[in-house]
Write a protein that binds this ligand. Structure first.
Ligand SMILES: C[S@@+](CC[C@H](N)C(=O)[O-])C[C@H]1O[C@@H](n2cnc3c(N)ncnc32)[C@H](O)[C@@H]1O
Ligand SMILES: Nc1nc2[nH]cc(C(=O)O)c2c(=O)[nH]1
Ligand code: SF4
Ligand SMILES: [Mg+2]
Length: 224
C-alpha cells in the first residue's frame, strides 16, 4: 500500500540537498510522539510494483536518487521487490526505517538510513538492537533528539556500539515542532543551537542535521 509518491529535495541524511523521488508506504506499528507523518498511518492505496516504477520515472524524469520511506516501509514484504527493481533500474535507493524491523532482508545495494528511537520518542523499547550488526559503511544511523536526556542517551549508545566506525554517518537531529497537547515522556524540547554546543563540547564524531525541506516549504506541507 502506497501513501504518496513525490519528487522533492532530499531534506535529510548525507544525501540532503539532492533532487530525489520519494515513495512513501502506508502503515506504521510505532507511534513516536513527534511523528510528522501520521497521515501515512491509514491513508494509502494498492499499487502494482510496475506502476510504482513507471510513476517514479514519470515524475522524476532522469532522477537517479529514490528514497523509500513511510510510515514504516519494511512492514510490507513487497517493499523488497520494489527496492530490488529500483536498483536493477540503476537507481540509488535509500530506505528510511525506524529500525524496529529486520534490515537484513534489504537488497545489498540498498542504503539503509536507520533511526534509533530515543526515550523521548516514546518507542525506545522497539529498537531492534541486532540490526546494528547488519549495518555497513554505506549505511547511516540517525537519532532524533527531544531533550538533553535524549542527547545523553544517544552519546552513550554511540560510544557503546562504536557507531561512527561502523557506518558512513551518525546523524543527530533535533525534533521539529512538537505538536501541542501531545505526550512526549521526558521531553522538554530541544534547540539546534544547544545540540550544536553539546556536540562541540563533547567532540562527537557525528553530523548535525536539520530537516531541510521544512526550511524550504511549510513544515506541515505534504508531498515535499
Ligand atoms: C516519518 S519517518 C518514516 C520512516 C520510519 N518510520 C522512521 O521513523 O525512520 C522519517 C523520519 O522522520 C523523522 N521525524 C518524524 N517526525 C519528526 C519531527 N517532528 N522532527 C524531526 N524528525 C522527525 C523520524 O524520526 C524518521 O527519522
Ligand atoms: N524532502 C524530504 N526529505 C525527506 N527525507 C526523509 C523524509 C522522510 O519523511 O522519511 C523526507 C521527507 O518527507 N521529505
Ligand atoms: S516510526 Fe517513523 S512513521 Fe512510525 S511513528 Fe515513528 S516517526 Fe512516525
Ligand atoms: Mg518526512
Amino acid at each position: 500500500m502506497i501513501n504518496e509518491i513525490f519528487y522533492s529535495i532530499q531534506g535529510e541524511s548525507t544525501w540532503a540537498g539532492l533532487p530525489c523521488v520519494f515513495v512513501r508506504l502506508m502503515g506504521c506499528h510505532l507511534r513516536c510522539g513527534y511523528c510528522d507523518t501520521e497521515y501515512a498511518f491509514h491513508e494509502g492505496k494498492r499499487w502494482a510494483v510496475d506502476d510504482v516504477l513507471a510513476e517514479v520515472e514519470r515524475i522524476g524524469g532522469g532522477c537517479s536518487l529514490v528514497e523509500v520511506t513511510g510510515g514504516e516501509p519494511l512492514l510490507q514484504p513487497s517493499v523488497h521487490e520494489l527496492m530490488r527493481r529500483l536498483c536493477d533500474a540503476g537507481k540509488t535507493v535509500l530506505v528510511e526505517t525506524s529500525g524496529a524491523c529486520d534490515i537484513a532482508a534489504c537488497d545489498e545495494r540498498v542504503i539503509r538510513i536507520m533511526d534509533l528511537k530515543t526515550p523521548g520518542s516514546g518507542e525506545v523499547e522497539r529498537n531492534r538492537w541486532s540490526n546494528i550488526e547488519q549495518l555497513t559503511q554505506r549505511d547511516e544511523v540517525k537519532l532524533v533528539l527531544t531533550s538533553r536526556e535524549d542527547y545523553a542517551w544517544a552519546r552513550q549508545v554511540i560510544a557503546e556500539h562504536r557507531l561512527p566506525e561502523r557506518v558512513k554517518a551518525v546523524l543527530l537531529s533535533a525534533v521539529h515542532e512538537i505538536p501541542p497537547g501531545r505526550e512526549l515522556p521526558g521531553a522538554t524540547g530541544l534547540s539546534l543551537r544547544d545540540l550544536a554546543a553539546w556536540v562541540l563540547e563533547d567532540g562527537l564524531a557525528v553530523r548535525l542535521q536539520t530537516q531541510l525541506h521544512k526550511l524550504i516549504w511549510d513544515p506541515a506541507a505534504r508531498g515535499v
